[in-house]
Design a protein around this ligand. Structure first.
Ligand code: SOE
Length: 402
C-alpha cells in the first residue's frame, strides 16, 4: 500500500494524503470542496492533496480539474487506482461502478471513500465489505459517504441519545422529500435507470434516512414493511446523444425502471418503531430531510433545511414549562464547531463534506476503521433490499437478512 510520503507541498510539514477522485459532477464538486477545505480549517495529521480527478470525457474532466483545483486530470480510472502517487481513491460515480472501482482500488492497496449507497446490489456490497475487511489487515481504510451524520446538529443528537437524554427509544419518523421529478418532461437521466442507479428514491434518498435513523438510534432495523411506486413510467430521452439507452420507443422516450417514491415502516432490534418516506414528488420540497426521535424521557427533531438547529423536548421538565426548545448548534463545544466561526455564524450543506474528509483523514492517520464503514454500508444495502422485497409482496413484513 502506498504510504504518504513527505513532499515539498505538505502543509505545515504534514505528510500528504494524495487523493484520486473518480467522478466530477455534483458529488465530485461537493467532495472537492471537502478535500480542499478540511486541512485549512481543522488541524489534521495528514495534508489532503487534490492530486488527480478522473472522468470519461477528457475535456469535461480537465475543466473540472481547473474549476475544483485538482493537479491532474485522467480519463482512465483503472490507471488511476494503480498509481503509486495516489494514497486514497474517492468514488463519486453512479452506483453501477462503485463495486468495480472500490474492489480495484482496495486490491491496489489504496484507502477508499465511496459515495452512498455503497452499491447497487447486496451481492456487490458484500464483495466490497469483504475486500474492505481484507484491506483492514493491510492498514487500508474504507468509508461510505453518508454525509448527513456529519451535520453538527445530527452529531449532537447522536451524542444526546447515547447520553440517555431521551431515554428508551420508542419512535423514529423520518422523511426525505424532494420534487425534481414532478415534471413528466424531466428527461430519463441515469438516476431513473436501474442498471445505472440500482434503485430510485429508495437508494438515493432512502439510503440516507436509513443510515441516519440507525446512527441516531444507535441500533439497527430488524425488519420492514414497504410500498414503492413509479408515478411516471416513460420519460423523454436526454438530449445528449450518448444517452446509450437501448429500449428507445419511436417517440424518443424510454422506460423509468426505478421507484419514484418509497414508504416503509420498520421495527428496530429493541422493538422501537420507525416510519420512512423517500420521494422525488413532494411538490415544493427541495431537499427536506426531517427526522424526529421520541423516547420515554424526551424527543429530538432535526430539519436539514434548518441544519444549524436541533429541537429538544426534555420530558423530565415539569409540564408547566416543558416543550420543544431550539438548540442553536454553533457553540465551540458542539461537534466540529471548534474549527469554525463564533457562535451564531451557521454552517451549510457543503460543510458536511469537509467534516467527512476530516474524519476520514483522522481514521487513515490513526489506522482505525471509520464510521460508516463498508460493513455499515452493506447493512443499509440489506435494508434497501428488504424494502424492495416487501414492496414486491404488497408490503408484507420482511426481516432484514443478516
Ligand atoms: C439527490 O438529488 C441528491 O443529490 C442525493 O444523491 C444526495 O446524496 C443528497 O445529499 C442530495 O440529493
Amino acid at each position: 500500500m502506498a504510504q504518504p510520503q513527505a513532499s515539498e507541498g505538505d502543509r505545515a510539514g504534514k505528510p500528504p494524503l494524495r487523493v484520486g477522485m473518480v467522478g466530477y459532477a455534483f458529488m465530485g464538486a461537493a467532495h472537492s470542496q471537502g478535500w480542499r477545505t478540511a486541512g485549512r480549517v481543522f488541524d489534521l495529521p495528514l495534508s489532503p492533496e487534490l492530486a488527480v480527478i478522473c472522468g470519461r470525457d477528457g475535456d469535461a474532466v480537465r475543466a473540472a480539474a481547473d474549476r475544483h483545483g485538482w493537479a491532474e486530470a485522467e480519463t482512465d480510472w483503472r490507471a488511476l487506482v494503480q498509481r503509486d502517487d495516489i494514497d486514497l481513491v474517492d468514488i463519486c460515480t453512479p452506483g453501477d461502478s462503485h463495486a468495480e472501482i472500490a474492489l480495484a482500488a482496495l486490491a491496489a492497496g489504496k484507502h477508499v471513500l465511496c459515495e452512498k449507497p455503497l452499491a447497487n446490489t447486496v451481492a456487490e456490497a458484500e464483495a466490497m465489505a469483504r475486500a474492505a475487511e481484507e484491506g483492514r489487515a493491510r492498514g487500508q481504510i474504507a468509508m461510505v459517504g453518508f454525509n448527513y451524520r456529519r451535520v453538527p446538529a445530527t452529531a449532537l443528537a447522536r451524542r444526546m441519545v447515547a447520553e440517555g437524554r431521551i431515554g428508551t427509544l420508542r419512535h423514529v419518523r423520518v422523511v426525505y422529500l424532494q420534487d425534481w421529478l414532478v415534471d413528466p418532461a424531466f428527461p430519463l437521466t441515469w438516476r431513473l435507470r436501474r442498471e445505472q442507479a440500482g434503485s430510485g428514491s429508495l437508494g438515493d434518498l432512502g439510503a440516507h434516512i436509513v443510515d441516519l435513523a440507525q446512527y441516531l438510534a444507535g441500533e439497527q432495523l430488524a425488519g420492514v414493511s414497504a410500498l414503492t411506486e413509479t408515478f411516471v413510467r416513460e420519460r423523454p430521452l436526454p438530449s445528449a446523444p450518448s444517452s446509450g439507452l437501448a429500449a428507445v420507443s419511436a417517440a424518443g422516450t424510454g422506460p423509468v425502471t426505478v421507484d419514484d417514491a418509497a414508504l416503509f415502516t420498520g421495527r428496530f432490534s429493541s422493538g422501537a418503531l420507525a416510519s420512512f418516506e423517500a420521494t422525488r414528488y413532494a411538490t415544493g420540497r427541495k431537499n427536506a430531510l426531517r427526522i424526529e426521535l421520541n423516547g420515554e424521557r424526551g424527543s429530538l427533531a432535526f430539519d436539514l433545511e434548518r441544519l444549524n438547529e436541533l429541537e429538544f423536548h426534555d420530558g423530565t421538565e415539569p409540564a408547566g414549562h416543558a416543550g420543544f426548545r431550539r438548540i442553536l448548534v454553533t457553540e465551540p463545544d458542539h461537534p466540529y464547531l471548534e474549527a469554525w466561526w463564533p457562535p451564531g455564524h451557521g454552517l451549510g450543506y457543503e460543510h458536511t463534506f469537509v467534516h467527512q474528509a476530516r474524519d476520514l483523514v483522522h481514521a487513515v492517520a490513526d489506522g482505525r476503521s471509520p464510521a460508516p464503514s463498508f460493513a455499515d454500508g452493506l447493512q443499509v444495502q440489506r435494508v434497501l433490499a428488504a424494502v424492495e422485497e416487501s414492496a414486491g409482496k404488497n408490503s408484507v413484513y420482511t426481516p432484514i437478512a443478516a
